[in-house]
Design a protein around this ligand. Structure first.
Ligand code: CTP
Ligand code: MG
Length: 247
């Protein structure tokens, strides 16, 4: 009997440009508290005991910088870096190609979410049990969500889905290695693209479990999010993030 635990590998897509952040620098390399956003995100993953290796995907011209950042910052779980691709899915696909087929679990986490707490990530990993192929964190929307379409006169409403059946989805998302590899292969064959990894599992007929997300696990997207992130860092010294990322 094989009693050795199968390895858990975290992939971190970090090759975007951050167009909506409008900070004049690639988002993952935007500095907060004197370090690139990517550093804080990688450190959050480094602190999760179950995670064995972390593979960031960055633009080719950022690879050397990322390796230096990991070494100088004492991030010991980074041994390889993937090249980013045109879309987020291409970046994840390049990182996934570096994951050995015999790995057990693959976790995928956006560089743009630096505030995922270690206990939260461990909880997601623990929730991956049969019959599920993946686990995603979801938050029930506070606002009513409309399905809309565009016309010459602007947007108009198509429908109003029942809010109690909707969740807003975060990362990290946690997958069985074989399932996510197969889902990415199928998506590539069919030319299917999504900004959400679990959507590829769904398209392949897999089963995705939803567990509660965390409101503090924000994705830095617009300039207002920089203000919020700075506030999180300031208050972190007093400890409200508790078991969280910063400290
Ligand atoms: N990402 C990536 N490769 C791409 C595009 C995005 O690895 N070709 C990563 C981003 O670096 C980010 C994550 O995917 O960590 C989520 O994407 P998003 O928040 O959209 O970041 P950006 O694409 O950088 O931002 P924007 O869409 O505003 O340009
Ligand atoms: Mg983007």
């Amino acid at each position: 009997m094989n009693v050795q635990r199968q390895s858990i590998i975290a992939l971190v897509p970090a090759a975007g440009s951050g167009t909506r952040l409008m900070a004049g620098v690639d988002k993952a390399f935007f500095e907060l508290e004197g370090k690139p956003l990517l550093f804080w995100t990688l450190r959050a993953l480094e602190r999760v005991p179950e995670i064995d290796e972390i593979i960031p995907a960055v633009k080719a011209e950022r690879i050397a910088q990322t390796l230096d950042m990991a070494r100088l910052g004492g991030l010991k779980k980074i041994r390889r870096i993937a090249r980013g691709g045109k879309e987020r899915q291409d970046s994840v696909s390049n990182a996934l190609a570096l994951v050995p087929a015999q790995a057990g679990i693959v976790l995928i986490h956006d560089a743009a979410r630096p505030f995922a707490a270690a206990a939260f990530i461990s909880r997601l990993i623990a929730a991956l049990e049969p019959p599920f192929d993946g686990v995603i964190p979801g938050i029930m929307p506070r606002d009513t969500i409309k399905e809309v379409a565009s016309s010459d006169n602007g947007q108009f409403v198509l429908s109003t889905p029942d809010r109690s059946r909707l969740v807003a989805v975060q990362t990290p998302q946690v997958f069985r290695c074989q399932a996510i590899k197969a889902a990415y292969e199928l998506a590539s064959k069919e030319g299917f693209y999504s900004t959400d990894d679990s959507a590829l599992i769904e398209a392949a007929g897999g089963k995705v479990r939803v567990v509660p997300g965390e409101p503090g696990n924000i994705k830095l997207t617009t300039p207002e999010d920089i203000v919020t992130a700075k506030e999180f860092f300031r208050s972190a010294w007093a400890g409200p993030l508790g078991t969280g990322t910063l400290g």
